[in-house]
Design a protein around this ligand. Structure first.
Ligand code: NVA
Length: 302
């Protein structure tokens, strides 16, 4: 069976735990060049800095070659159907890393190819980011037990991936968003069912000040994700009480860490300066994208 990676919810808790060890190994230079002679296509419908660069570097570290295609090159679903693009790429390359608007595009790719498909962000999930985030947290705390990860903001792709991965690794995941912007219920229910097996807690608290009280980590993301630009005006109003600022941080545990997947809109979801402050893990998260994605490629192509 071919290896795809579309959701952090597809792996067992055991797989997630051993993946942290694999990431450590890769970070320490202990890997084989499993992509020697292989070509990986990066199909990006949306903009990217961290994901693109970290994947390109990781693929090259493992001996592979990258072919980057943006939407102007291929026009997914416009110039040509998604199915036809998938079937053509399948004849030339050994794997696809895809950043797409619709998660259904990724499903279509998996159904029309025999090569691994990796989700580099969709409207539903941002699973590669969540892998790097858990590795970052693990490096700080060495243990996930009784850890409270509090996400403040939009119940979007990264929020969904964080809920699912926290449930698998046994962290408590508490998130605070306006009612209208909650994590999709199918995903949150899936996370709640997984969490029940690991005695961890999944909770939504509308009031961000209440939500952060027990926080070991506060995580936030943009209020206007790529593809939602039309909603910007409404969103800036709806989220105005959900900014991660020094006042909110002062209500959490004393040495709380701040996480952000970036790009950050300083002055919106996060107060100016916090990303570059002592308590921020944002650049460690960014660095760990490289290690965890290289580990992911190693796992899928070994
Ligand atoms: N939620 C954001 C993440 C960006 C890396 C977006 O989808 O635009």
């Amino acid at each position: 069976m071919k290896n795809n990676f579309l959701s952090v919810g597809d792996w067992s808790a055991k797989e997630h735990k051993s993946f942290l060890d694999l990431t450590d190994k890769i970070k320490n230079g202990d890997y084989q060049k499993v992509l020697e002679g292989k070509n990986i296509s990066l199909v990006f419908e949306k903009a990217s800095l961290r994901t693109r660069v970290s994947f390109e570097v990781g693929i090259k570290k493992l001996g592979g070659n990258t072919i980057y295609l943006n939407n102007d090159d291929i026009g997914l679903g416009k110039r040509e159907s998604v199915t036809h693009i998938a079937k053509n790429l399948n004849r030339w390359v050994d794997g696809i890393v895809a950043r797409v608007y619709l998660h259904s595009t990724l499903i279509n790719f998996t159904q029309n190819t025999t090569i691994p498909i990796i989700n580099a962000l969709s409207d539903l999930e941002h699973p590669c980011q969540a892998l790097a985030d858990m590795y970052t947290i693990y490096n700080k705390f060495k243990n996930f037990e009784k850890l409270n990860l509090v996400y403040v903001g939009d119940g979007n792709n990264i929020a969904s991936s964080l809920a699912l991965i926290s449930a698998n690794l046994g962290l408590n995941f508490i998130y605070s968003s306006p009612k209208k912007y909650q994590i999709p219920s199918t995903i949150f229910n899936q996370a709640t069912n997984i969490a029940a097996k690991h005695e961890s807690k999944m909770e939504w608290i509308e009031n961000p000040h209440k939500a952060v009280q027990s926080a070991d980590i506060i995580y936030t993301d943009k209020w206007v994700s790529m593809g939602m630009e039309d909603e910007e005006k409404t969103r800036l109003i709806d989220f105005k009480n959900y900014q991660v600022n020094n006042k909110l941080i002062s209500q959490a545990k004393k040495n709380v860490f701040i996480m952000h997947d970036m790009p950050a809109k300083e002055g919106e979801e996060i107060e100016h300066g916090i990303i570059d402050s002592e308590s921020s893990l944002a650049y460690e998260q960014a660095e760990n994208r490289l290690h965890s994605q290289t580990a992911l490629l190693h796992k899928l192509f070994s």
